[in-house]
Design a protein around this ligand. Sequence first.
Ligand SMILES: [Zn+2]
Length: 93
Amino acid sequence: MRPTPGPWLLDDQIDTIFITDADGSPIAAVEVGEGPDEAAPAEADAQLIVSAPDLLEALERMLDARGPCQHDPAPVVCSVCAGRAAIAKARGK
Ligand SMILES: [Zn+2]
């Protein structure tokens, strides 16, 4: 499963922030509530969504360069395994 190629762009309207592809086709919309307490999280959510292609590509490159995980078999919080799990989730696997 491959997502729409990046870059993704923000189109900030009055009550909705649209995330589009480079051609302006819609990818997602984040509704902005009324008041500063609701606007700031919505803007942060939209910024995270628009960054997703760059984050995914950077993480894949970083982990490809690193090679196989060599963590201890005991239960640990392994950043390599966590990164690979995040990529699998993003790829719908
Ligand atoms: Zn690991």
